[in-house]
Design a binder for this molecule. Structure first.
Ligand code: IMP
Length: 190
């Protein structure tokens, strides 16, 4: 729970605690490492900026489970400065290398409408990856309305705007060690 850090005053309630994130990341990495034990050259593709914390922790957890990985990052935008989806996906940063024949695991912070992810999966398939699966730390119920296959999911959370552990509101709160809901008053201030 909240422990007196500066941001705690801005947070209404914690949805997923630091400890829950740590335990779930370990559990997901163990499962993925097991599923990919026969596969050479697993490539994690992290989606900036939101997935940066989860990517870092997930990759290390994979290593602890004896699974080597390589890391790539993409940046796409589907949200503007606010808390609602614009429905537009733009590539801000592309892959740095060819992924032909690679076994790709997309590492996502959150699947909300699923719009970004379904676009990204089509994009990665068009780049001739051998396989593409998704590990997402968080998923909101709306995600089920978009036909997008997320094989590994950490937590299903309520349909509320959350911040922390990589997720921002207007570029703030990414450094929170947990995932929480902002106090409504904060929307007006940022
Ligand atoms: P989607 O396309 O609606 O699934 O959402 C894509 C992106 O929107 C995510 O990768 C996040 O970066 C961002 N996003 C969605 N929901 C939230 C939220 O509750 N808080 C912060 N960012 C979010």
């Amino acid at each position: 729970m909240a422990d007196g850090s500066w941001y705690d005053a801005d947070i209404d309630r914690v949805i997923v605690s630091e400890e829950q994130i740590r335990d779930k990341t370990t559990e997901l990495a163990k499962q993925v490492a097991e599923d990919y034990r026969e596969v050479d050259g697993v490539l994690l593709v992290g989606v900036l900026k939101g997935a940066v914390m989860f990517m870092a922790d997930f990759a290390r957890a994979m290593g602890r489970h004896g699974r080597s990985v390589e890391m790539e990052f993409m940046a796409v935008s589907s949200y503007g400065q606010g808390a609602t989806s614009s429905g537009v996906v733009r590539i801000l940063k592309d892959l740095d290398r060819d992924i032909t024949g690679r076994h790709v695991i997309v590492v996502e912070d959150i699947v909300d409408s699923g719009l970004t992810l379904s676009w990204l999966l089509r994009y990665l398939a068009s780049r001739s990856a051998a396989s593409v699966e998704v590990v997402a730390l968080l998923r909101k119920p709306d995600a089920v309305k978009v036909p997008v296959s997320v094989k590994y999911v950490g937590f299903d959370i309520p349909n509320e705007f959350v911040v922390g552990y990589g997720l921002d509101f207007a570029e703030r709160y990414r450094e929170l060690p947990y995932v929480g809901v902002l106090r409504p008053a904060m929307y007006g201030k940022v």
